[in-house]
Design a protein around this ligand. Structure first.
Ligand SMILES: O=P(O)(O)OC[C@@H](O)[C@@H](O)c1c[nH]c2ccccc12
Length: 249
């Protein structure tokens, strides 16, 4: 049968073309892993449930340009509307005014939101283990990968980490903030990072304000940091990033 022959040949060709190359390409994870210094994701958020309104003069275009010029490696854009006063439009703005990768930061709970993230131009999405079943986590992760969206799989404790590791994610985000009590402790990063295999990128999220905080999470073995409030409140992004990285102004 010619069809069988075609399929056999096709299999061979596929094997050859995907040899030594991951079927799913993860450029941001790759960049995180290979950066000498910490990879910095700067977050743009107007408000949060724990802090209320953080910036009154909220201008996504301005923040995007300033973060990019200051030298952050990626942007995180809050799109949740009710508690963070975010919007999907802000992703489009960030993409229009910057060339660096953009993370859609939201509480994704529906597969349609993954397609929507791609449509507005996001490069990466957040999947929060605490609010997804094992099945959702797996299917959302696969779906995102098929759309060439990278994922940060967020965890806050050992039980969530065990669940997250089952899908072998490229990037794990350790949230230092407990989403139930809003308590923040960088010890969460220290505790969980040592339980994560070396080939997975680790992002320490929340509560990073100073150079000492950066050094602390770096020593814990993370590849990247996600910083929101301390950037949102600073007067000069470039100086603040310098301070975070090198400890001086
Ligand atoms: O502003 P901070 O403390 O630097 O935190 C940023 C980011 O980690 C935080 O906004 C965050 C982490 N995980 C989330 C999940 C949903 C909404 C927000 C978040």
């Amino acid at each position: 049968m010619i069809l069988d022959t075609i399929i056999e040949k096709k299999k061979e060709t596929l094997e050859q073309s995907f040899q030594n190359q991951s079927l799913l390409y993860h450029p941001i994870a790759h960049q995180m892993k290979n950066k000498e210094d910490l990879f910095v994701i700067g977050e743009i958020k107007k408000a949060s449930p724990s802090k209320g309104v953080i910036v009154k003069d909220f201008n996504v275009e301005k923040f995007t340009k300033e973060y990019t010029m200051a030298g952050v490696d990626a942007l995180s854009i809050l799109t949740e509307e009710n508690f963070f006063q975010g919007s999907l439009e802000n992703i489009k703005l960030a993409k229009a005014f910057s060339h660096i990768p953009v993370l859609r930061k939201d509480f994704i709970m529906d597969a349609r939101e993954i397609i929507q993230s791609k449509q507005v131009g996001a490069d990466m999405i957040l999947l929060i283990t605490a609010m997804l079943s094992d099945e959702q986590l797996r299917t959302f992760y696969q779906m995102a990968n098929m759309l060439y969206l990278e994922c940060i799989v967020e965890v806050h404790n050992e039980e969530e980490l065990t669940r997250a590791l089952k899908i072998h994610p490229e990037i794990i985000g350790i949230n230092n903030r407990d989403l139930y009590t809003f308590e923040v402790s960088l010890e969460t990063t220290k505790r969980l990072a040592q339980k994560i295999p070396d080939d997975i990128c680790i992002v320490s999220e929340s509560g990073i304000f100073t150079h000492d905080d950066m050094e602390f999470v770096k020593a814990a073995g993370v590849d990247a940091v996600l910083i929101g409030e301390s950037f949102m409140r600073c007067d000069n992004f470039m100086e603040h990033l310098q301070h975070l990285r090198y400890g001086s102004y």
